[in-house]
Design a protein around this ligand. Structure first.
Ligand SMILES: *Cc1c(COP(=O)(O)O)cnc(C)c1O
Length: 349
């Protein structure tokens, strides 16, 4: 397993998550860039780190020195890394060659693959350790493009082998593929979202389906704040910027010190809900940069300082990243990644 901790471990804190995963036995971590890999080394992470989006020109010596493993698909990736390893007198650099099997994003095409294999073989300081691709619709169980991508991957692997290369690690799965398609596991999978306790809903024939048994997961994160102010207002009171909510009856409003600068999506204005004591409280008015208002009229005994759950569970109540994503027309990934630096992360054992 290559445990993906890119994007600050999807908002959870990359160094802490990486160290926790390593102590649980992770042998591989996946990050996007050199800039994400280096701080993990600085934090004392020792396991292998795959740079899934390659590296920038000029970073090749840092890649070698910090023992980061590059994804490659451009000829200059291979040439520059080969020269850097030679200059630094290092052992041959293991690389993972990425092939584009249909996502149309990163990776070498099948046409360019034979020439790339020849280049790798002619590069004494490069060794092909891994071969991989990325699926575009892994959570769609009957997606024809997944079948096509699987076929192309096998075909590409055939080309690589015919060129005399034998990558020890083959991988194509993110969370969606990992939870739904054992036939795509190969000998490594690259889950990100699942590590943090979520999977994407699986779809078949355009409909949500539960014909694959649910993957047992627990969410890793809860997002909490506390009530910073309370007010009693009369009927007809406009609340927040542009007065987009007007009370219909006398109401008790709690003010939360969280806003879109914390990554609390402004789309939740007048739509989202939070958990206060033992009940849901609706968001009223527009979310501001630093503040959010919730109506607690129906909840007894609410006081300044009460803990409020923006994401999390209490008893039978829960607010999840997928719920917020649905309200914000986005994916749970974005909800988690958006939680900004201003929000302190606290780690419980
Ligand atoms: C982000 C990413 C993953 C992890 O995806 P999840 O859907 O979060 O599991 C895997 N592989 C690559 C190349 C990625 O960029």
């Amino acid at each position: 397993m290559c445990a993906v901790v890119k994007a600050d471990a999807y908002g959870h804190g990359a160094a802490q998550c990486a160290l926790a995963l390593e102590s649980e036995g992770a042998k591989w971590l996946g990050v996007t860039t050199t800039d994400e890999g280096v701080p993990l080394r600085d934090a004392g992470v020792r396991c292998r780190i795959l740079l899934m989006t390659g590296f920038w020109r000029g970073e090749e010596e840092e890649v070698v020195r910090r023992n980061l493993t590059a994804s490659v698909w451009e000829t200059w990736h291979v040439k520059d890394l080969d020269q850097a390893a030679s200059r630094l007198g290092s052992a041959p650099q293991p690389v993972h060659l990425k092939v584009d099997t249909g996502m149309g994003r990163l990776g070498i095409s099948l046409e360019e693959l034979p020439a790339m294999c020849k280049l790798i073989q002619a590069s004494p300081h490069i060794s092909l350790e891994g071969f991989f691709t990325h699926l575009a619709s892994s959570e769609v169980l009957d997606a024809p493009d997944v079948a096509r991508q699987m076929e192309r991957f096998e075909q590409a692997l055939g080309v690589v082998r015919a060129q005399g290369l034998s990558p020890g690690l083959c991988h194509m799965d993110n969370t969606g593929g990992m939870v739904s398609r054992p036939e795509t596991w190969k000998n490594m999978v690259r889950p990100g979202l699942a590590l943090y306790g979520y999977t994407l809903p699986l779809v078949r024939a355009g409909q949500l389906t539960n014909d694959v048994p649910p993957f047992p997961l627990r969410t890793a994160l809860s997002w909490r704040t506390r009530i910073v102010s309370m007010k009693q207002v009369g009927a007809g009171q406009a609340l927040g910027y542009n007065g987009t909510f007007v009370t219909k009856a006398p109401s008790r409003i709690a003010v939360l010190p969280v806003g879109y600068a914390d990554g609390y999506n402004r789309e939740l204005s007048n739509r989202g809900r939070v958990i206060v004591r033992d009940a849901y409280a609706p968001i009223v008015g527009n979310i501001s940069m630093d503040l959010t208002l919730v109506d607690v009229s129906a909840i007894r005994g609410v006081e300044i300082g009460d803990e409020v759950l923006l994401i999390g569970n209490r008893g039978s109540l829960s607010v999840t990243a997928p719920e917020l994503a649905g309200l914000c027309h986005t994916v749970p990934y974005e909800i988690l990644c958006a939680i900004s630096k201003r929000v302190p992360r606290i780690y419980a054992q």
